[in-house]
Design a protein around this ligand. Structure first.
Ligand SMILES: Cc1cc2nc3c(=O)[nH]c(=O)nc-3n(C[C@H](O)[C@H](O)[C@H](O)COP(=O)(O)OP(=O)(O)OC[C@H]3O[C@@H](n4cnc5c(N)ncnc54)[C@H](O)[C@@H]3O)c2cc1C
Length: 458
């Protein structure tokens, strides 16, 4: 049953016209992300175009205690968008205006619905780029809200390091700005960092000020193969420990390479593989390459294949970004379930070994990949969402991975976020600090209308 009163529906319709919709198809599309989680559809969808639109919708919903769920690009993987208590999905995709870019200060301010690909297309002619790249073409607001990262994080950090300030609509409808454009500040509590990663549970981000980077003078990418995942991981750990500033360092196990070859029509050598990208001036890149080659060879790696032309590099990274879909496409009607643990890099080899043991008897197709320079890796499973035995089997493996990662000082989620999927592990990871999180949530959102049922255990 809808939690919207007829009066609220009428007011929203009168104010937003055809930007307010109760169409079944649209609601279904807004009640799920890209993964296996069971959808829960909102009662209506409203397309916002300005901060004032968002503030008005939130104020109207607050008056009736109706939940609001921010929707960016819908690519999240942990059930973040499920309307577990109904309510309104506020779609920010039309908030796609790039407000300002400063080449002098290497920063920009964008509306929250701008996607990373849109931003980078806009920046290309200015010789600038924004490096954070979750595989999907996510929105900047969604990326900020999940504290996303991706393949470039080993060099450029995550959204945590790259958001300078935010405009946020609070659950009361009040609009605030956190932070400013200064690269550092000691002025008061760091509210920007509070909203980065809050998954829309504390407020709705409408504008984001981001750090930008000059396009590197030289970019070079390479693949090299190993006889075992352990060798590849040991090489990656040594590269991190030597402090070599690689821009990307990605692990793909041989199962993943098979899937990627089939999905992206490539003919990569079917072996456990590390993929690298190097950024810098020519001499610096040469030096990085030489050092990495030596470490790779010391660890049993070989067969360097280079992708230096932009089109070859783009093909390589596009294939890597589509790895999730490559695994899922191995089975008809499958959905992807991606684990996402992150550990101190010295623990990575042990964790991946344990994970491989867990996968030996697993009947669900799965592959290992990872942003190994950060100690972050995933197992992507192609599950049949209608088969409870399979879901239970994957859930049990996922749980063991998470528990092991936490036991060695790691986290249940390196980049995908908590959503509904990782709530059960929050207390194990953070202990009594979860109570402080609940106090903060209650203070900012006393009615509990902001994306309820996410992050915090009830
Ligand atoms: C193939 C594939 C590969 C991926 N690879 C990576 C990866 O490498 N690294 C990584 O970090 N992630 C990855 N992801 C996950 C996903 O892309 C990220 O979580 C991304 O940041 C989600 O952005 P979005 O715009 O799609 O957000 P949505 O899915 O729309 O929303 C995500 C969450 O943020 C909230 N939210 C959205 N916009 C706002 C806003 N403006 N204000 C407040 N809350 C908001 C939503 O309510 C929800 O809780 C991948 C996903 C796919 C499908």
């Amino acid at each position: 049953m809808s939690v919207l009163s007829p009066a609220l529906s009428e007011t929203l319709l009168a104010r937003f016209g055809d930007r307010f919709s109760t169409s079944q198809a649209l609601r279904e599309q807004h009640g799920r992300g890209e993964s296996h989680h069971t959808p829960a559809i909102p009662d209506a969808v409203v397309f916002a175009e300005t901060t004032e639109d968002v503030a008005e919708i939130v104020r109207l919903c607050a008056d009736e205690g109706v939940p609001v769920i921010a929707f960016g690009a819908g690519t999240s993987l942990e059930g973040h968008l499920t309307a577990v208590r109904g309510g309104i999905s506020i779609d920010l995709s039309r908030m796609s205006h790039i407000i300002r870019v400063s080449a002098e200060d290497l920063d920009c301010t964008v509306q929250a619905g701008v996607t990373r690909e849109q931003l980078n297309s806009h920046l290309r002619d200015m010789g600038l780029f924004f490096p954070i790249d979750p595989g999907a073409n996510a929105s900047v607001g969604g990326m900020a809200s999940t504290r996303a990262s991706g393949t470039n994080a080993v060099r450029y950090g995550t959204m945590r390091e790259n958001v300078l300030s935010l405009t946020v609509v609070l659950p009361s409808g009040q609009v605030i700005r956190t932070g400013g454009r200064a690269r550092k500040s000691s002025a008061g509590y760091d509210l920007t960092r509070l909203f980065v990663g809050a998954e829309g549970t504390l407020g709705i981000v409408t504008e984001v000020t981001l750090k930008l980077y000059g396009m590197p003078d030289t970019i070079s990418a390479a693949l090299c193969s190993f006889d075992s995942v352990e060798q590849a991981v040991n090489a990656a750990i040594a590269i991190v420990q030597m402090g070599i500033p690689v821009a990307r360092m990605e692990l793909m196990d041989r199962g993943l390479i098979e899937a990627v070859n089939a999905y992206s029509n490539l003919s990569l050598k079917v072996k456990d593989t590390l993929a690298f990208e190097f950024h810098g001036f020519p001499a610096g890149v040469r030096e990085q390459v030489e050092m990495v080659k030596a470490i790779v060879e010391d660890n049993g790696g070989a067969d360097f294949e280079w992708a230096n032309a932009p089109e070859d590099r783009n093909r390589l990274w596009k294939a890597r970004h589509n790895a999730f879909y490559a695994v899922v496409s191995q089975r008809q009607n499958a959905k992807g379930w991606s684990s996402d643990v992150c550990v101190p890099v010295s623990e990575l080899s042990g964790c991946i070994l344990k994970t491989r043991e867990l996968l030996i008897d697993c009947r669900v197709p799965a592959a290992i990949l990872g942003h190994v320079g950060d100690g972050n890796y995933h197992v992507v499973f192609a599950v049949d969402p209608a088969n409870q035995t399979e879901l239970d089997e994957v859930a049990a493996i996922n749980k063991k991975m998470v528990q092991y990662a936490i036991s060695v000082g790691g986290t249940s989620t390196g980049e995908h976020g908590v959503g509904t999927g990782k709530i059960a592990y929050l207390r194990q990871e953070h202990g009594d600090a979860v109570d402080l999180m609940a106090i903060i949530k209650k203070a900012i959102d006393p009615l509990g209308i902001m994306n309820p049922g996410k992050i915090l255990p009830e």
